[in-house]
Design a protein. Structure first.
Lengths: 273, 269
């Protein structure tokens, strides 16, 4: 790993660039130092605190290295209690499980709503494709907070959804939607729909249409061809979409406090878990 | 192939309805005369007037725009360098580590990014006395760090899809690395940098969690103010603000598409 200019086979840009090493290292070090200072070191700080014990003091945790002036040596005090607590406490376990459940359910619905849109876009002509795609991208560029806020006024007790359902005679009295899991699902599905549609669309667009034609020729019903042919070959996109869908879903559950009050106690030491 | 089945059209139509119904409702209620968002009291621009007279929102908007502009610019510079280093500099000591550091902020939960930066800032302040207190500077640093990752990824993918022949030709013709970068590579990756900048600007403008961790008193960003207002209930002022933001974004997106189409036509006539 010292100098590796000799083991590349093709003389390329890099070898020629290596002639001025100082400049090269300046270029490399600039982003690297920034990331080290503001990404890696903070992470180490959190890690360090996670190994120390909580104390009522300033700072509110015990030091890792304890310097004893009389003996002139330092003792390393490490505790894994915080990590054990993470697995023992029902509170945290419940929070994980509910995060996972919310992520799974909302991913399913995101896929359910997103797939037809992605499919339609991938199968339309160039002009309508551009229009439909920008319709999908537009909400993605607007503030996430305001998009969730928009749902709040729709889902309120006397909001549009309840009013419509009442006037249609489907329900007698307004449903409590806000501050329930349903609101959380709607909020997450809504926020992450573009993240599901775009990767799906990219995969579906590249997909070979002849597969579907063949399926149709062989007498498959449209939904059958979609299920077997599309879903199978769209798999990579699914995974990608699912990954993007699940991941933020799990991580952004804290945002759902907008639509449902979500309480979590702050336990600094447990954050690394 | 253009004849989509009715079921597909219906389900995609439902999807678009789901996407746009809240936005349309949001815009319409912004023009509502009545204070109660759900009771229609006739058309009015009253909430727009109140919005512009609300110093708290206006100050926060200004703080947010400033932070977004500075951190998007910083992130574009550092992110372009990072992307360039990772895809054009070959191997060097610590490359794997750097690649990890560049992509990790993308998957790092915001809560952890925010908390770890807060702890760092607190520790730095007690050790070096800088940054003195938390405010615009700390938010800019935090936003630059996570936006940098997005720019680096965009630039890196653009560079790896682009072959090196143009750069090599310039080298053969005797261009020095610095002029090579500014005359050849930079113009070629300019669209990627621009989209990275726009992405960073939006991400920074949109961020609530990280900013909440690293901001200090009197330096609330727009999302923080919106969040605190919305928690107390729905107010039509926020609808007016949302409408304006959606309008600006729509114009920007439509302009971007228009420019891209023209460029495409120019490139492949």
């Amino acid at each position: 790993m010292m100098t590796t200019s000799s083991n590349t086979t093709r003389p390329n840009l890099l070898q020629r660039l290596q002639t001025i090493r100082l400049g090269r290292w300046c270029v490399i070090l600039m982003p690297m130092l920034w990331l080290a200072a503001f990404f890696f070191i903070p992470f180490l700080v959190v890690f360090k605190i996670s190994l120390s014990e909580a104390m009522i003091a300033v700072p509110p945790y015990s030091p890792l290295l304890e310097w004893d002036p009389s003996n002139a040596y330092a003792t390393l005090k490490v505790t894994f209690g915080n990590y054990l607590f993470l697995f023992e406490s029902r509170f945290y376990l419940d929070a994980y499980l509910s995060s996972l459940r919310i992520a799974a359910v909302s991913t399913f619905f995101t896929l359910l709503i997103g797939f037809p849109i992605a499919y339609l876009i991938a199968r339309s002509g160039p002009t309508s494709r551009t229009i439909l795609l920008s319709l999908v991208i537009l909400p993605f560029w607007t503030s996430f907070l305001l998009r969730v806020y928009a749902w709040m006024s729709l889902l309120k007790k006397n909001g549009l959804v309840n009013d419509t359902l009442m006037s249609l005679g489907l329900i007698d009295q307004p449903l409590q939607i806000l501050q329930t899991d349903v609101a959380v699902y709607i909020g997450i599905v809504y926020t992450y729909l573009p993240f599901m549609i775009l990767p799906l669309y990219t995969t579906l667009e590249k997909m070979d249409m002849s597969l579907i034609e063949a399926a149709k020729d062989l007498g498959a019903k449209p939904w059958q061809s979609v299920l077997s042919g599309d879903v199978a070959s769209g798999e990579a996109g699914h995974h990608c979409g699912l990954f993007i869908g699940v991941y933020p879903g799990g991580r952004r559950v804290c945002y759902s406090c907008l639509v449902r009050r979500f309480r979590y106690a702050d336990d600094w030491s447990c954050v690394v878990g | 192939m253009k004849n989509h089945s009715l079921a597909l059209k219906l389900s995609a139509g439902f999807g678009f309805l789901f996407l746009y119904a809240p936005i349309v409702a949001l815009i319409i209620y912004g023009f509502n005369e009545s204070k109660l968002v759900t009771v229609w009291g006739g058309w009015s621009l009253k909430w727009y007037v109140e919005l512009f007279q609300n110093d708290q929102i206006m100050d926060a908007a200004w703080v947010s725009l400033k932070i977004a502009f500075i951190s998007a610019t910083l992130a574009s510079i550092l992110g372009t360098l990072a992307g360039f280093v990772l895809s054009r500099m070959g191997k060097f000591r610590g490359k794997t580590m750097m690649a990890g550091w560049v992509t990790a902020p993308l998957v790092m939960p915001e809560v952890i990014t925010g908390l770890s930066l807060l702890l760092l800032f607190v520790a730095m302040e007690s050790m070096f006395g800088w940054p003195a207190g938390r405010g615009t500077t700390t938010i800019v640093i935090a936003h630059t760090t996570f936006c940098l990752a997005y720019v680096a990824v965009v630039v890196q993918s653009r560079l790896s899809s682009m072959d090196e022949t143009l750069e090599e030709a310039a080298m053969d013709l005797g261009a020095k690395p610095v002029s090579l970068f500014f005359l050849i590579t930079l113009p070629l990756i300019a669209p990627a940098i621009l989209s990275g900048w726009l992405l960073s600007f939006t991400l920074s403008l949109d961020d609530l969690v990280i900013a909440s961790f690293v901001s200090g008193p009197g330096n609330s960003t727009l999302p923080m103010v919106i969040f605190s207002k919305v928690r107390l209930g729905v107010t039509p002022e926020i609808n007016a603000l949302a409408t304006l933001m959606i309008l600006v974004v729509s114009i920007a997106v439509i302009a971007a598409i228009f420019i891209m189409r023209r460029q495409n036509r120019f490139q492949n006539p």
